[in-house]
Write a protein that binds this ligand. Structure first.
Ligand code: CO8
Length: 260
């Protein structure tokens, strides 16, 4: 698929996907979603890619939501179809064994906030703004916001954001745990890249088992989650990386992981 609305590059095992519709604040159309689905599939299936970064082009917006001009004429069936499509892509990001980092460079509203929340880690610039303004359009969040936001920040804060439709700035997003870190705008890609590379040099089986344990375990009660961890932990002892990691520590040298 040729990419008209996204930029995609891979450097040293780190893929960067940039939503590139700056004239519409990087709002997501059906075409943009189709391209995103295609690129996420490539990231998941390409063994050279170890970590992915999602960001928006320009300095104003990460993604200002689904494209309102496009949604305006939608029937309920079409809205359902678009919501389902996005849910499938966002679930693929979440369920992928590879870590996805959202580099939030401006407005992350509606579907944009939901895309950032489907990622595993969020880093925002000082000028970033987050919100679920769907209520002001007479609809509700349709790309997972009603589910992921309360899981990230708690029921009360999620209800307040979703029912008022008000935006919060990056420092408030940091305070409530919606983002991991806030950085100066000029430092976003360097900081995010540095974090991605720190993860990319780890042994991939361990990275993948950690993500699996946390993402799936969060949906379980604590007893089942801990039992799940026991099984994944045991699996990690069947890897060459476990032998290498422990031998390297005892021999006082850096580990050379082989991802197996
Ligand atoms: N859709 C379409 N166009 C947009 C969008 C959007 N979401 N956001 C901005 N634009 C366009 C504007 O229309 C404008 O276009 P033009 O220059 O042609 O007039 C251009 O981008 C620049 O925007 P502004 O002039 O408004 O710039 P400001 O700096 O004044 O404001 C804001 C920036 C605050 C981001 C403002 O544009 C805004 O509030 N945008 C809408 C945000 C919003 O409501 N997002 C939620 C959309 S709903 C959603 O995401 C639901 C997801 C689930 C969908 C389910 C499937 C059907």
């Amino acid at each position: 698929m040729s990419l008209e609305n996204l930029l995609f590059e891979i450097v040293e095992g780190v893929a960067t996907v940039t939503v590139n519709r700056p004239k519409a604040m990087n709002a997501l159309t059906l075409e943009t979603l189709a391209e995103l689905g295609d690129v996420v599939g490539k990231i998941v299936n390409n063994p050279e890619i170890r970590v992915a970064i999602l960001t928006g082009s320009g300095t104003k917006a990460f993604v200002a939501g689904a494209d309102i001009a496009m949604m305006r004429e939608m029937t309920p069936m079409q809205a359902r179809e678009m919501s389902l499509r996005a849910h499938r892509i966002f679930a693929e990001i979440e369920q992928s064994a590879k870590p996805f980092i959202a580099a939030v460079n401006g407005y992350a509203l509606g579907g944009g906030c939901e895309l950032a929340m489907a990622c595993d880690i969020r880093i925002a610039t000082e000028n970033a703004k987050f919100g679920q303004p769907e209520i002001n359009l007479g609809i509700l969040p349709g790309f997972g916001g009603t589910q992921r936001l309360p899981r990230l920040v708690g029921k009360g804060r999620a209800l307040e954001l979703i029912l008022t439709g008000e935006m919060i700035d990056a420092s408030e997003a940091f305070r409530i745990g919606l983002v991991n870190r806030v950085v100066a705008p000029g430092e976003l890609l360097a900081e995010t890249g540095q974090l991605a590379r720190k993860i990319a040099v780890k042994g991939q089986p361990a990275v993948q088992l950690c993500k699996q344990a946390i993402v799936n375990g969060l949906e379980m009660d604590i007893a089942r989650g801990c039992a799940y961890e026991v099984e994944l932990f045991a699996n990690s002892f069947s890897t060459a990386d476990q032998q290498e990691g422990m031998a390297a520590f005892l021999e006082k040298r850096l580990a050379v992981f082989r991802d197996c």
